[in-house]
Design a protein around this ligand. Structure first.
Ligand SMILES: CC(C)(COP(=O)(O)OP(=O)(O)OC[C@H]1O[C@@H](n2cnc3c(N)ncnc32)[C@H](O)[C@@H]1OP(=O)(O)O)[C@@H](O)C(=O)NCCC(=O)NCCS
Length: 196
């Protein structure tokens, strides 16, 4: 097993809440469905598929088993309060690129959990040998954009009217990216790669 994956389960290390991080696995579908059902649709628009649909959740679990998605769930007791995905397509012309998705329960935001999950996903991406990470979100998610930019992601593209919500309203999508390979090279230069 990838060394990085064997680090889980582990505590998210938050002061304000006891949150455990572990790899998502088969059987998590009901917990993730309950978590997704509590979120406003607008928070789901950056995902390529609607995760409130059971078939989409089943497909997600299949991709975990195939190794094309690596996902963490953040658990508070038995409740899913957040999840991540690093999505790769090894058969595409971009096998070196991963797409990062992070989603938290509204009650868990602005407590530092988003930063922890992005850092964990970043480390997972390095362990998977990825060179570049992208993250996409609706252009009006100013908070999410600020969080990712604060962690070194930079805006790379704007896709106009790219997603359509349940009321048929279209929204722009912004794509941010991070040069993970360059980041790892810098860590190695400073002898910090084991620390991360
Ligand atoms: C984006 C998201 C994961 C951020 O999680 P979070 O737990 O609220 O973020 P954190 O509390 O860890 O904050 C991380 C940093 O961003 C800053 N930040 C948080 N909310 C902010 C806001 N509203 N405006 C500006 N900066 C903000 C924090 O100050 C922190 O910076 P610091 O560590 O230098 O203090 C969460 O808001 C979310 O699930 N959004 C909906 C889904 C989404 O849009 N995901 C992004 C697409 S992948």
């Amino acid at each position: 097993m990838n060394d990085r994956l064997s680090r889980y389960p582990r505590s998210a290390g938050l002061d304000e809440a006891d949150v455990q991080l572990r790899l998502m696995q088969a059987g998590d579908e009901p917990g993730v469905a309950a978590f997704a059902a509590e979120l406003p649709t607008h928070d789901l628009l950056f995902l390529r598929r609607d995760i409130t649909v059971p078939k989409v959740l089943s497909a997600w679990i299949e991709e975990l088993q195939a190794g094309t998605i690596t996902s963490l769930v953040a658990m508070q007791g038995d409740e899913v309060v957040g999840c991540t995905a690093v999505v790769v397509d090894p058969r595409s012309w971009s096998p070196h690129v991963g797409e990062l998705r992070v989603l938290l329960a509204r009650s868990m935001r602005e407590k530092g959990l988003g930063r922890v999950l992005i850092q964990e996903s970043f480390a997972l991406a390095l362990s998977l040998g990825l060179e570049k990470l992208t993250a996409q979100m609706t252009a009006d998610q100013q908070a999410a954009i600020a969080v990712f930019e604060g962690m070194g992601f930079r805006a790379e593209a704007l896709l106009r009217d790219h997603v359509r919500d349940r009321q048929n309203v279209k929204h722009d999508i912004v794509i941010l990216s991070h040069d993970v390979a360059d980041f790892q090279a810098k860590l190695e230069q400073y002898g910090l790669n084991d620390a991360f």
